[in-house]
Every structure is written in C-alpha cells, then in structure tokens.
Design a protein around this ligand. Structure first.
Ligand code: ZN
Length: 174
C-alpha cells in the first residue's frame, strides 16, 4: 500500500489568456490524494506568452452538474475571476441574457467584467441596442445583477467568497 499517490492530471486545456488574449494559457488541474488532506485539486494555469498565472487549491468535488451563482453589487465584484467551461450556460436575468453552451468550442477564464465584454462582442446574436446599453452599464458597475452559470460538467467556477454553488437539476428530454 502506498502512503500517497502521484498527482494525476484531471483537466488539461489551452485557453485564451485573460490578460494578453492569445491562446497560450496552458490550464492543467492535478488531483492530489494524501491521507492528511484528502482529495485536493490543484490548478496550475500559466500563460506562455505573457506569464500570467492562475493557481488555486480546492477540495475535490465530483464533477457533477452544478449551478454557480453570484450577485454583482459593486466594482470589486466585477473583477472576480470566472472560469466558464465549454459546457456551461450563462444566465443574467437582470440583463435578459441567456446563452447556451452550443457553439462554444472551449472554455475560457476571465473576470466578470471580461465576460460581459465577451457577451458584448457577440451582442448582435441575441440582443438589441437597449440590451447592449444595459450590458455597458453593468460593466461600469451601475447595475446590480446576478451571474448564473449552469454547467453540466461541473467544471465552471467563480473565484469569490460571494459565489455560491448548488447541484444542478437537469431537465432531461429522454
Ligand atoms: Zn497571456
């Protein structure tokens, strides 16, 4: 019997870097299992282009469908880091936004403000001028809103103490 196992790679993807915007962010998550700490996930994400780093350690949760939610109430909240997996749906009820994962080839990491910026880029697809103005106001911290990420893969997260997570009940058409 071994006392501790070698860390195992459980997630590996090349993402768009939130800082330099090039597709050079090597995202790797390792699963550690030791008798003292139990199962931990260590994220070690590194941009080969600009040197941006994201490191995180959290308890391992089985990757089941989950819903991550956060109320954005001030400018600080806008800078919280978000990872949206390729399987995640984004809902912002106050802005009338609901974006299905279809068409997203991969996940991305960004701040909440950055997510709004990405939404704004795709704005023609799902909203009119009025909705565009609301997104801009939200980016400036003028509108309070709720960011909801529904993720079948359970990989998405919002890095903030204000974020809450609960199991996602899938409505299956089968
Ligand atoms: Zn970079």
């Amino acid at each position: 019997m071994t006392v501790s196992e070698e860390p195992k790679v459980i997630f590996e993807e090349t993402l768009i870097c939130p800082v330099c915007k090039s597709k050079t962010l090597k995202a790797v998550d390792y699963l550690y299992n030791t008798p003292h700490t139990g199962k931990l996930v260590l994220s070690n994400w590194y941009c080969e282009n600009c040197g941006y780093k994201f490191r995180d350690v959290k308890p391992y949760e089985t990757r089941e469908p989950k819903l991550v939610e956060m109320k954005i109430e001030n400018e600080d909240d806008l800078s919280a880091l978000v990872y949206r997996s390729a399987f995640a749906k984004i809902v912002i009820p106050e802005l009338g936004i609901e974006i299905e994962p279809a068409g997203m080839s991969q996940g991305y990491i960004s701040t909440i403000e950055g997510i709004l910026e990405i939404l704004l880029d795709q704005v023609g697809n799902f909203c009119d001028k009025e909705c565009e103005d609301r997104i801009r106001s939200a980016m400036e911290g003028k509108i309070k809103f709720t960011l909801i990420i529904e993720d079948e893969s359970g990989l998405s997260f919002i890095k903030s103490e204000k974020a809450s997570t609960r199991p996602l009940i899938l409505t299956n058409s089968d």
